[in-house]
Design a protein around this ligand. Structure first.
Ligand code: ADE
Length: 341
């Protein structure tokens, strides 16, 4: 395994840069999330009128819905520099201290995956967010002393896929607002795809856009990924990018009509065949699939729940009647608890 240390300020993974050319650089290009945009517009213009950096903001929601993009747009709107890091990249208090003491007045600090920040470091953030000071303990034991540094005014924008893991003292310090990004509608995904196909200069017809939209998990990052892969398929096979080409390209990628990937189907099938449809705990399910709990919980489940194929109950995960139907299995035959569904 590679032991290369992630530099705290270069922490956002490569995959997120994949869609950078497609990322909207102006508010009017950002489709969807209407309520969040309106709230941010008010927050940002009020802060501008007071000549003060906006207060700290937290975005949460499943991956790929545009949390980082919103942070970039806020930086652009306020004319600020944005420094980007992530929870797991800040390993020691010193990493955080070095990042925030190097901020210039009005800068934005973006911390992705803030739920993975360790507790001791989180506590250093509290005074930094609340009163603009950094308290550093120097030395150990009875001779330890606290050094207090004044910080330049800055805005913290944080993102998380797991809001439940954000402690309440940390939550309460996001005084600018805590915003949940919702899944997009198929129509919004269609608009995003039309825009992306123009940027990529790929001629694509309306039916093909609709077909990609249906299989995009209501998620812009997935939509743009499927568009690029369909474009590759059309290019290699010297075909037009129409509905049939999209169907073939996406079937080859293992993406089915409902947008489920191989791993989504495996989750449903494992639940059905090994656990009689559930309920089963996340750890047992992850072990049966040899998969990380976090991947199942943060990536697969939100969409399976959104389309009504899976339920999270206090006793564990359960496949719904719709989930059974999609897997082509008769719920009555395999699941003795069918009446509970
Ligand atoms: N690309 C990713 N997210 C987007 C959005 N919300 N609007 C337009 N393009 C996007």
């Amino acid at each position: 395994m590679s032991s290369k240390k992630i530099e705290p300020l270069e922490a956002v993974s490569d995959i997120k840069f994949l869609d950078q050319t497609l990322r909207p650089s102006r508010w009017n290009e950002y489709i969807g999330q209407k309520n969040i945009k309106e709230n941010l517009r008010i927050l940002l213009s009020a802060a501008k009128e007071r000549s003060h950096p906006p207060e700290h903001i937290l975005f949460y929601g499943p991956p790929g819905l545009g949390k980082t993009t919103l942070a970039h747009l806020i930086a652009k709107e306020t004319g600020s520099q944005m420094k980007i890091t992530s929870g797991p990249a800040i390993e020691r208090v010193g990493d955080l201290a070095s990042i925030i003491t190097n901020l210039s007045p009005g800068d934005i600090l973006f911390i992705d995956e803030i739920h993975r920040l360790n507790k001791t470091i989180e506590e250093v953030l509290y005074p930094a967010m609340e009163s603009g000071t950094l308290d550093i303990i120097i030395g150990k034991g009875p001779s330890a002393r606290t050094l207090q540094l004044d910080l330049p005014p800055f805005t913290l924008i944080a993102a998380t896929t797991k809001i439940a893991l954000i402690s309440s003292p940390l939550r309460s310090r996001f005084s600018g607002g805590i915003f949940r990004l919702d899944f997009y509608t198929e129509g919004e995904i269609g608009e995003i795809l039309s825009r992306s196909s123009k940027i990529l200069e790929v001629p694509i017809n309306k039916d093909a856009i609709e077909e990609i939209s249906k299989r995009s998990r209501f998620t812009p990052r997935t939509a743009n990924y499927l568009l690029k892969r369909s474009r590759d398929f059309a290019q290699v096979h010297k075909r037009k990018l129409d509905k049939k080409t999209v169907e073939e390209a996406l079937t080859l990628l293992g993406i089915d009509k409902e947008g489920l990937s191989h791993s989504d189907r495996q989750i449903l099938e494992t639940l059905i065949h090994k656990f009689a449809g559930g309920p089963v705990g996340l750890n047992t399910l992850a072990a049966a699939l040899s998969e990380e709990e976090a991947t199942i919980e943060e990536f697969n489940e939100p969409y399976l729940i959104q389309i009504g194929f899976l339920e999270r109950t206090p006793r564990g995960r359960t496949v719904t009647r719709l989930g059974y139907k999609h897997s082509g299995v008769n719920a009555k035959k395999t699941n003795p608890q069918e009446k509970l569904l």
